[in-house]
Design a protein around this ligand. Structure first.
Ligand code: SF4
Ligand code: SF4
Length: 506
């Protein structure tokens, strides 16, 4: 299946033997000029690229004080070395978080510290050369910006921020990544990552309405661009067509229907994802976010609810108000924005949803905490809500739920292996190898509790697992959406299921 060795799954995590440069060849395709220039980046390496790169680094150091602190304070204690899934899966020592940081740090020292300017060898400072730039391109695209390492670092050094800064510098010298930059371009032109135009979107939503009616006998609406609706749903475009994402979208629609609220999708903001974060570009992140503000204003909605998308939720929860606020035109009685899991959870708590857990009895579930939700956001008004709320929603819909080992869940969760703008086929080897720690934890819970399925609330995780599960002896359909479980269990008022259940109890 693969022309590289797929890592073994062990009974417990083993720190691998180092194999230097084993992933040096792994680099994503470089963006062509046509994808670089609309984003404000050059199409190729300019003659004065070194000055441009150093100036950009200086600008970022001034703008993000955390970056300078992170580059200054590492004591090389080694606590982070075995915490990265890419290191564990690839065995390449440059995938140890501290080594990844050093790629940027040694150039920082050379140009921005007294010792590095005058005694470079003494402090391990190096000149910026094309070879160094190539190493940056390769290894900063082997970091999914998942932040797991920062949880274990006694100083809280966040390699994700270093990796974002490196990618931003690379973009500024014409070495942008094709996958991310092409997608950002599509969002500007069409409104979503997939380049799905409005008529196709409308057709899809109408098709789903018919499917739900056939299945339940109830007309559940999936409206598009409906002015005056109360809620704008912003969801990853994968939800509009691919399995298991689309089953999640059906779940949201059923929940809104049962809640009796009016809602709509938007063809302008038909994408929750914000790849501006992955390339470290504040300007692009802001521009992508502004579509949501504009759509909310044009449609006159009172609330914004986000669907199941990990990094989109991080951008929404942590930055949306700064990037595209103030949202003073929305109803201030609700969280701005709100996660669909919190929305559903509130209804469950208030006994406003009828759920038949038996509909999910053919599955034994576990839950994968997506990195950007677990370590980059919160949920609900409670501490740790991002861990408890999705689990409580699952448990309300299923009889069989088991968590994976404690050191692989909550804020210690392992990345799926495809986050941070790496979900592209040109990085398949990295994605398969990087999935190993998560697969190891899945294997453990499968052996212990006969778990059959893994649920997630992130479009990237779902797509990544669909592709990588088979490499480890699982099947691609073992990954499910959390709202797919809700969709299976929910008993719609007036549905055939309701009649059947009530018939049974009479
Ligand atoms: S942020 Fe995640 S992917 Fe990047 S170095 Fe740290 S653990 Fe590895
Ligand atoms: S854990 Fe923190 S201080 Fe220690 S080596 Fe890693 S980044 Fe440096």
């Amino acid at each position: 299946m693969a022309d590289y060795e797929v890592p073994k799954l062990n009974e417990y995590p083993i720190i691998p033997k180092l194999q230097p440069d084993t992933m040096k060849h792994s680099s994503p395709f470089i963006a062509k000029e046509q994808f670089q220039t609309p984003l404000g980046f050059p199409g190729e390496l300019p003659d004065n690229w070194k000055d441009v790169a150093i100036d950009k680094m200086g600008e970022l150091l001034g703008k993000y004080r955390s970056l300078q602190v992170f580059l200054d304070i590492c004591v090389h204690c080694g606590a982070c070395t075995d915490k990265c899934h890419y290191f564990l899966g690839t065995t390449d020592p440059k995938n140890m978080p501290v080594a990844r940081q050093e790629l940027l740090r040694k150039v920082y020292r050379r140009y921005f510290t007294f010792a590095g300017k005058y005694f470079p060898k003494l402090v391990g400072a190096v000149d910026l050369t094309e070879e160094v730039l190539d190493d940056w391109y390769s290894y900063f695209h082997q970091c999914s910006q998942c932040r797991r390492c920062s949880v274990f670092c006694p100083y809280g050094i966040d390699t994700a921020e270093i990796s974002m800064a490196a990618r931003e510098i690379l973009d500024c010298v014409g070495k942008g990544q094709k996958y991310c930059n092409e997608i950002i371009g599509k969002v500007y032109v069409v409104g979503n990552n997939l380049g799905l135009p409005e008529p196709a979107l409308r057709d899809t939503l109408e098709g789903l309405e018919e499917e739900i009616e056939e299945d339940t006998g109830v007309k559940v609406r999936l409206p598009l661009d409906e002015k005056g609706a109360d809620i704008l749903l912003v969801t990853p475009s994968a939800d509009f067509f691919a399995e298991p994402h689309v089953d999640g979208l059906i779940g949201y629609a059923k929940v809104f229907h049962e809640a009796g609220v009016s809602w709509t999708c938007s063809s302008k903001a038909s994408e929750a994802a914000n790849f501006g974060m992955f390339i470290g570009s504040y300007e692009n992140m802001r521009k992508v976010s502004m579509r949501i503000r504009e759509a909310a204003l044009e449609l006159g909605v009172k609330r914004i609810v986000f669907g199941e998308c990990g990094h989109a939720w991080r951008v929404a929860y942590s930055f949306l108000n700064t990037l595209a606020g103030p949202f003073d035109f929305l109803d201030q009685n609700y969280p701005i924005p709100q996660h669909i899991c919190e929305f559903t959870h509130n209804l469950i708590k208030d006994n406003k949803l009828r759920l038949n857990k038996e509909e999910n009895d053919h599955m034994k579930l576990t839950f994968h905490d997506s990195c950007n939700v677990a370590r980059g956001a919160g949920m609900g008004q409670v501490e740790g809500g991002q861990f408890t709320i999705p689990r409580e929603v699952i448990k309300a819909c299923c009889n069989h739920f088991y968590d994976m080992p404690q050191d692989t869940i909550h804020d210690a969760t392992f990345c799926c292996g495809g986050g941070g703008g790496l979900l592209t086929d040109d990085l398949m080897e990295l994605r398969v190898k990087g999935a190993q720690p998560r697969m190891e934890a899945l294997k453990a819970v499968t052996e212990q509790h006969e778990v059959t399925n893994i649920a997630a609330i992130c479009a990237i995780c779902k797509s990544q697992f669909s592709k990588t599960l088979p490499y480890y002896g699982f099947t691609m359909d073992q990954i499910v959406s959390v709202h797919q479980l809700v969709s299976n269990a929910i008993v719609l008022k007036g549905s055939e299921q309701e009649a059947e259940l009530d018939g049974e109890t009479e």
